[in-house]
Write a protein that binds this ligand. Structure first.
Ligand code: TLP
Length: 351
């Protein structure tokens, strides 16, 4: 990123493919993946399953489709699904959980994204003629709207035990589960083994242009493959996507630690700025959420003033501004962002 470019902290989804990915795409062996004949897709799916310690995986175009096919493959229409009340699936996936999967979402609140197992237990109502059949419990890891917080393997274990005791499946939206693993310094399998199935994204911090993987048992993945097809997600020479994914899994995981360090640096700088709120306990991975409520201005004004200073950020709720670090954002960009934030806050406070 040159000094003239914007410091784009809206999301890690803005990352561009690396030179090595572009090279791998150029040389990828291709075939028709709907026939199961794309060798590069087959290699990526086998690699993803192996990394997660599960039987099988299927490549889908997006995280949203990954969640949707997983919902469909874990439930029957009319079932009840327990979700965290700030979950991406509940907020940002256009209501596909009901509109397409035909499920009743049952939101349960939590502090940092990890439900209290007792709250999950309470949400699982007894089997009764009046009630929908509960089928699935979902967690998100890292948790986006909670600020990139990690749901710990031990917390997953406790939630999973409640789900299984009632005959429910347990699914993880692991869009950023590699961030969780890197933050804790543990193998990603520590998270994956606690759930029946999960998805993760290639196109966030791992820098791929497109793609997510749905991972689980052979039976589940077979259903997911069929559900991907019904949604129009069966792709042909998808090895062009998978080639970058293989590079991501082999080369791009460890560097997520840089993003975490940069987020921490930014957050610690922002804590010092009068008028801003930052909950440092939530700054566990590559996100920082600023509470700008104390400034008494419209969120859009704050965002546009930062943009004038060359910094792009997003709004995730009234008075809540999200900044996300990723590849291409270095320490100097963090310094520039911090200066810009201080400048905007200073200007607003003298108004
Ligand atoms: N999140 C995006 C936006 O949609 C908000 C972002 O910029 O963070 N699960 C989680 C936890 C996600 O954060 C996202 C994307 C998805 C699923 C959906 O992935 P895509 O965007 O590939 O459909």
């Amino acid at each position: 990123m040159s000094k003239l470019d914007f410091v784009d902290l809206r999301s890690d989804t803005v990352t561009l493919p690396t030179e090595e990915m572009l090279e791998a795409i150029r040389h990828a062996k291709l075939g028709d993946d709907v026939y199961g004949e794309d060798p590069t897709v087959n290699e990526l799916e086998a690699l993803a399953a192996e990394r997660m310690g599960k039987e099988a995986a299927v490549l889908v175009p997006s995280g949203t489709m990954a969640n949707l096919v997983s919902l469909m493959s874990n439930t029957k229409r009319g079932n009840l699904v327990i979700l965290e009340s700030e979950a991406h699936m509940y907020w940002y996936e256009v209501g596909g959980v009901s509109a397409i999967a035909g499920l009743l979402p049952w939101p349960v609140k939590s502090k940092f994204g990890a439900f209290d197992p007792a709250d999950v237990e309470a949400a699982i109502r007894p089997r009764n003629i009046h009630f929908p059949e509960p089928a699935l419990v979902c967690v998100e890891n890292t948790h986006n709207r909670h600020g990139g917080t990690v749901v710990l393997p031990g917390q997953l274990k406790a939630i999973g035990e409640v789900a299984r005791a009632h005959g429910l499946r347990f699914y993880m939206d692991g869009a950023r589960v590699f961030n969780a693993a890197v933050a804790l310094g543990v193998d990603v399998k520590e998270f994956a083994r606690q759930v029946d199935n999960l998805m993760f994204c290639l196109s966030k911090g791992l820098s791929c242009p497109v793609g997510s993987l749905v991972v689980g048992s052979r039976d589940f993945v077979e259903r997911a493959r069929k559900n991907r097809k019904v949604l129009g997600g069966g792709m042909r020479q998808a090895g062009v996507i998978a080639a970058a994914g293989i590079v991501a899994l082999e080369e791009m995981v460890d560097r997520l630690a840089d993003d975490h360090r940069n987020a921490r640096f930014l957050a610690e700088g922002c804590v010092e700025v009068d008028g801003l709120g930052v909950d440092l306990a939530r700054v566990q991975t590559n996100m920082v959420v600023l509470d700008i409520g104390g400034l008494g201005v419209e969120d859009a004004l704050f965002v546009s003033m930062l943009k004038e200073r060359g910094v792009l950020v997003g709004v995730i709720g009234k008075g809540k501004v999200r900044l996300v670090t990723h590849r291409g954002i270095e320490r100097e960009h963090m310094e520039k962002a911090l200066e810009a934030i201080k400048g905007v806050v200073g200007e607003l406070r003298v108004r």
